[in-house]
Design a protein around this ligand. Structure first.
Ligand code: IMP
Ligand code: MG
Length: 176
């Protein structure tokens, strides 16, 4: 049995912010039909909650990317583990990401997606950890800016565990 990490952001705090993000996106993109692309695996919980707060015609697709091994620091190497199921040519795309840490993953993915000629690409991330940013990524919608600690839960993992935690906790091994 794994012990419960201390709370960093509560279920209620996250829910409130996700609702606000959905409202803003709905307002900004009114009249458009969008493709929400979740970056696997960390953003699936966020995606599930966010799309239910977006009141626009939308479809969902998934892009698998992995830049972390089982440790808590970025390898800097991005591996595509799964591609989209459909073309995004001419589409208005909203990328849904869990966390921008070094920015290397998003930098790589944005470059890749741009070559497929979508009408537009917007980026929504639940979390930003500015302390470790190496590449600046154009974030359109941001949930929370967080401290430089390793967070888990609400989809985010450590060694594939903790994704099912309903809140965002932090691990003691990354004190601050
Ligand atoms: P980046 O390429 O360094 O921006 O890392 C992006 C990916 O690293 C995210 O999509 C997460 O999967 C993972 N990651 C970065 N920081 C954390 C964290 O604090 N907890 C869990 N996963 C993290
Ligand atoms: Mg991850």
């Amino acid at each position: 049995m794994m012990n419960e990490p201390p709370v960093y952001l509560s279920r209620e705090q996250i829910q409130r912010r996700v609702r606000e993000l959905g409202q803003t996106i709905t307002r900004d993109l009114r009249g458009k039909e969008i493709v929400c692309i979740a970056i696997l695996k960390g953003s699936v919980i966020f995606l599930a909650d966010l799309i239910r707060e977006i009141h626009l015609p939308l479809s969902v697709d998934f892009l698998g990317a992995s830049s972390y091994g089982t440790g808590t620091s970025s390898s800097g190497v991005v591996k595509l583990t799964m591609d989209l199921s459909r073309s995004i040519e001419g589409k208005d795309v909203l990328i849904v990401e869990d966390i921008v840490d070094t920015g290397l993953t998003l930098d790589y993915l944005l470059e890749n997606l741009r070559t497929r000629n979508p009408a537009s690409i917007r980026l929504c991330t639940l979390l930003l950890k500015p302390a470790r940013l190496k590449k600046s990524v154009p974030i359109d919608y941001l949930g929370f800016t967080i401290d430089d600690r390793f967070v888990v839960g609400y989809g985010l993992d450590h060694g594939e565990f903790y994704r099912n935690l309903p809140y965002l906790g932090y691990l003691d091994e990354t004190p601050k």
